[in-house]
Design a protein around this ligand. Structure first.
Ligand code: ADP
Ligand code: ZN
Ligand code: ZN
Length: 801
């Protein structure tokens, strides 16, 4: 008989385990159950039918009995065993059969292994890890429904599934067919077919109702009607079946010496098949992407597939075009700005084995791509590679695990690699670093000037634009060139402050000050969306002297507009393109703004962090950072590292082509080492200053950490639970940890109140080589969940806010 381990897909706070079930012989269900409803996918002619039955196999969703009802689970393993030789802990009396499979497999044995590894490593529920592998659009669920004879449980398939189009093709009697002279529609259809197969939907748009005409033609054998799978979000000319048209890959430039060395290092590592990592440590514009492209080409030639992760924000049509240009229609793309239907189709395209290269954001790692030979993580220092809900995984760590299992190579690329990665390259076996110190076109990196705003203020200037930045803007714009201005918004936004009593309006649900918004004159909480009209006088002391502190992008835009309008030779004709969370929220907005900027002659792009990445405009000659230091004030161990990286990244936007670029960084802390080092592209200086601090204070890369978060509405209950957990963790660490383990006292988080919840945390630190999950996981696996109190474990957290 066959025994399956099934991960139940039920939300529980307690960590789960896999349950054993008997795999039924044959695939018939053995209990009565409401029949599978068809997938409903929007419009009727799109409906595709699910197969009547699926086989029970690893990776598929199944329906199983559990505690008197039926639930959905995922098969993680199937073992063949003799009667009387059940796996440990399985009670033959209690062993129940799986009712039936309700989906195709989502993952294979390797995926199952990854689920168990992640659940342990990130102290996360198995079901949350399994769901990473599910197709976009979700998994089948059991829902309670009211029927005529009372409520019953019903299986509901996800609303998103595959869609078919009905196509009209010439039939056996097509040639020589003459429609009757009054059969106008038949004639129209027949002539439409001259230029190839057409979709029923297209005929209907053109000629109105065509079903009667089609039926008649079909009966006479003049046409055939065929269902064909449609790929949403893909232009009609590229619909399946994939055209056989010869594909000409984009031209490959001759590699620079650095690129050639990098490529050789990656190829060699891939051929050793030991799951090694190669860091391509290359300045902005050094041609890292070309290295990825050629490394992928080599992997494909060796019969492997490739997975490329890109930060969501740089996953633009241009990025995709570079991969499609080289690998054509075998490239699948997955990112969150696509509709769920489009993502489903891409996922299914990968599952079908036709896709050879996947380009996507973090979660593309879990796409059903088989036989991966190379995993590329571009801009590996990016914070978005860490997921901030369970499982709180880091894509880099998961990729390394996968590569070790598969004997693939991991390629990390960045101009500002994370300190962890640099450390691993220096210390760990199997981590290799190659560098590209120069731009591919041989142009120098732009010079970076640090402008001391305290001095400007001291000499009487009240503008947020220093004299030097203003003069530089004028000089560039007058010549019809472009500028990019960055407003560093992390940990910085405009808020109200009473000059008389010091009062700052705060969100009643989150312990953060409210941000002032010019539009609508209102105060908004950026965590929970709470909005109130801006008060005319101080709510505490009634003083009218409420000053607006800080500057949001809107206000900077207004001031910049005034500045440009007054500039001789510039004036109102020069557009300002503003890019921030407000202006980029709509679908395609991000892209549209970039196009607007690209199309203009002289123009200024003003934006938040999102502009620091990937922009590649030839005519940007000036980059200004309006406030470089705000992030430094964030009380987080990674603040300096993030500031350093941000300056280097944003500087990389200037002078990419023939025109030289320059960069101006405004700050009130001109002496700060991270800033000074960034201005000289001097990473060694930055690290010489930063690493001893990290070592002394006990932060990565010298230790590993786990941040245990506790939150809920009742502050004292949260505090109590955090202290209980602290004691339990201390015990666990005493029993199973070792020397140099540490549990810090429970305390409120820096963001102590967020969306109405009080937040506390307990930080555990251990030596770098210790297995922190092994020691703390049993505590959480066994822990009973309480409704009112949430607990989350963040292993290797990227910040402690
Ligand atoms: P990075 O990803 O390192 O910032 P890119 O891959 O975007 O750099 O390359 C920057 C520019 O240099 C691109 O316009 C690219 O087409 C060009 N480029 C890359 N490699 C070469 C090369 N070997 N010779 C000439 N141009 C190159
Ligand atoms: Zn006041
Ligand atoms: Zn709030």
């Amino acid at each position: 008989m066959r025994i399956a381990s099934v991960i139940l897909d039920i939300p529980t706070q307690a960590l789960d385990c896999a349950y054993s079930y008997l795999v039924p012989d044959g695939c018939d269900g053995c209990e009565d159950y409401a029949p599978l409803p068809p997938i409903h996918a929007g419009n009727e002619q799109d409906v595709a039918q699910l197969p009547d039955s699926f086989d029970v196999c690893v990776g598929c969703a199944v329906l199983v009995p559990f505690g008197g009802r039926q639930v959905v689970g995922f098969v993680a393993r199937i073992e063949e065993c003799e009667y009387g030789e059940l796996p440990d802990g399985v009670n033959p009396v209690k062993l129940k059969p799986i009712i039936r499979a309700v989906s195709r497999p989502y993952f294979d044995e390797e995926g199952a292994a990854c689920i168990f590894w992640m659940a342990n490593r990130y102290v996360a529920p198995l079901a949350a890890c399994a769901r990473l592998f599910a197709p976009p659009g979700g998994v089948p669920r059991v829902v309670r429904t009211c029927g005529e004879s009372g409520p019953y449980w019903r299986l509901e398939q996800p609303a998103i599934g595959e869609v078919d189009d009905r196509w009209v093709l010439p039939g056996p009697s097509y040639t020589g067919f003459e429609p009757k002279h009054n059969a106008v529609k038949q004639a129209a259809i027949v002539s439409a077919l001259c230029s190839g197969d057409v979709r029923v939907a297209e005929l209907a748009t053109e000629f109105g109702a065509v079903s009667a005409a089609l039926k008649s033609l079909e009966k006479q054998g003049v046409v055939r009607i065929e269902r064909r799978r449609r790929m949403r979000g893909v232009s009609a000319s590229r619909q399946a079946p994939i055209p056989e048209a010869p594909f000409t890959p984009s031209a490959k430039p001759p590699l620079t010496a650095g690129q050639a060395t990098s490529l050789a290092a990656i190829d060699a590592a891939r051929k050793r098949a030991r799951g090694e990592v190669v860091l391509v440590d290359g300045v902005t514009g050094s041609g890292k992407t070309e290295v990825y492209l050629q490394a992928i080409e080599a992997a494909l030639a060796a019969g492997h597939t490739a997975c490329v992760l890109v930060p969501e924000i740089s996953l633009t049509p241009q990025t995709v075009a570079r991969f499609r240009g080289r690998f054509g229609d075998t490239v699948a793309v997955m990112h969150s700005r696509m509709s769920r239907g489009e993502r489903f189709d891409q996922w299914d395209f990968i599952r079908s084995g036709q896709a050879r290269v996947v380009v996507g954001a973090r979660s593309a790692l879990f796409a059903p791509l088989r036989n991966v030979g190379i995993i590329v993580i571009d801009e590996e220092h990016e914070g978005s590679y860490k997921q901030d809900s369970a499982p709180r995984y880091h894509a880099r760590d998961v990729a390394c695990w996968m590569a070790r299992r598969a004997g693939a190579v991991v390629v990390l690329g960045s101009a500002t690699p994370s300190i962890e990665t640099l450390y691993a390259c220096a210390k760990c076996d199997g981590w290799n670093r190659v560098s590209l110190p120069e731009r591919a076109n041989g142009k120098p990196l732009p010079e970076i000037d640090v402008i001391d705003m305290a001095k400007e203020f001291g000499s009487g200037s009240r503008s947020m634009f220093s004299g030097r930045l203003t003069r530089a803007l004028a000089a560039e714009l007058v010549c019809g060139r472009k500028a990019v201005l960055l407003l560093n918004q992390r940990g910085f936004a405009k808020f109200l402050l009473c000059r008389e009593c010091g009062f700052v309006p705060e969100c009643p649900s989150c312990s953060t000050s409210l941000t002032f918004h010019e539009t609508g004159n209102k105060l908004v909480c950026h965590h929970c969306g709470y909005t109130v009209p801006s008060p005319p006088v101080c709510p505490r002391c009634a003083s009218p002297y409420l000053k607006r502190f800080g500057a949001g992008t809107q206000r900077v835009e207004a001031e910049l507009r005034a500045l440009l309008d007054a500039m001789p030779g510039v004036g109102p004709g020069v557009p300002i393109v503003r890019m921030d969370a407000d202006t980029t929220s709509g679908k395609g907005a991000h892209q549209r703004l970039l196009e607007q900027f690209a199309a203009a002659d002289a123009a200024v792009l003003l934006g938040t962090q999102m502009i620091a990445k990937g922009l590649d405009f030839d005519d940007v000659t000036l980059v200004g950072v309006i406030n470089a230091d705000t992030q430094l004030h964030l009380p987080d161990y990674r603040a300096a590292e993030r500031t350093f990286a941000l300056i280097e990244q944003v500087a990389g936007r200037a002078g990419r082509a023939n025109l030289p670029g320059r960069v101006m960084v405004q700050t009130y802390e001109a002496d700060n080492v991270a800033l000074r080092a960034a201005a000289r592209y001097d990473r060694a200086l930055f690290l010489r200053n930063e690493l001893p601090k990290r070592r002394m204070l006990g932060y990565p890369p010298y230790v590993r950490m786990a941040n245990v978060l506790v939150w809920g509405n009742d502050e004292s209950a949260v505090a109590y639970e955090a202290r209980v957990l602290q004691e339990a963790l201390e015990q666990q660490v005493r029993d199973f940890g070792g020397d140099n383990w540490m549990v810090l006292p429970a305390g409120p988080c820096l963001l102590s109140k967020l969306r109405g919840s009080y937040r506390w945390h307990v930080v555990v630190k251990c030596p770098l080589e210790a297995d922190i999950s092994r020691v703390i996981e049993p505590l959480f696996r066994a822990r009973k969940a309480y409704k009112a109190i949430n607990v989350a474990v963040d292993v290797d957290p990227s910040d402690l806010l």
